[in-house]
Every structure is written in C-alpha cells, then in structure tokens.
Write a protein of this length. Sequence first.
Length: 186
Amino acid sequence: MSVLFDLDYDAAWFVPLPHDAEAREGWIRDAVDRVQGAESADAASESALHAAVEALTDLADQGAVQFWFAPAGVFTDLLVTIDVADVGAIPEGPFQDSRESTATGVAPLLTERHGGGYLVRRTEAVASAAEPVLVAQWSAVVNDGRHVILVDAIGSTLPAFAFYEVQLPRLIDGIMIESESVVVAR
C-alpha cells in the first residue's frame, strides 16, 4: 500500500509513461520526435529508437508512477519508478539483492524536503540475442521518519545516468505527500 502523493517534476527531463492503451501510439510518436535529431553520440536510428521507446511502454506498470528519463536531444532508455510508503510498509522490489550484479556502490543522499538516505548503483551484464548488454539499476531511498520514498531507475544507456544523478534530488524534492492518513493502492 502506498501513501497518496503528487509530483512536481521537470518535464524537460522526465516524461510520464502512458497507462492508457489508446494513448500508447501517440506517446511513441512523440517520444521518437523528441529524440530524433539528437547530436549526441548516443543518437539511435529511427527504427532502433522506435523499438526502445515501444519497449518502455511495454514495461509500463498500471499501478506505478513511472517516467522515461529523456533529456531533450539525448537518447536514453532509462525507466524511472517512484513509490512512497509509510516507514513501516517499505516495498522490497528494487532493493532485493542481485547476486549477478557488479560494481555496486552506495552513496549518501540528502534532500531538502524528504530527509536523507542512500543511492545504490548496480551494473549487470544481461545476455541478449547479439551480445551481452550492460544494464545499470540505480535505487534511491530517502526517509524523513514518517515516509520512505523509493526511486528506481534502470537502463542500458549508461552515460545518461550522469545526467540522471543531477536530476534525482530535484525529482525527489518534487514529491508532495498529500496526507499521512490516506493510503491508496497505486
């Protein structure tokens, strides 16, 4: 069960994933348009880009708050999931141990509005049809004594995580917990 919350986020960096099947095709077209013409070395062909953003919509969880981390003009496949819970009801999902992961790093994380916690960085080689792909999963948890905020990001465009790390505290500070007494399933 999750605490009811709202988000004030920067749409220049984060794009909400569609939860409506009818909105999916329009969202994919808009996502491809957003990245096409990127001057970064990570710019992908239109077909590869279309496949990547379509895969993001396939991962959309109807009950979760999810974003595509998409700085304008830069191709990324980072999927960001946010959950807020009472201190006693911490979901385990993104914080399960991953025995196959490497390069695990833990860094302290301090936010202005929601207390402190940590950021766990993991990288794992995932087998694919062609060759193994490095996938990073960064999980952040902050705790203000009443609520725990969990933010999980996963993706294979590793250079984009440097941009994401700068935006992460801003994203967390933009979470507005609406009521301590109202609990809803998201």
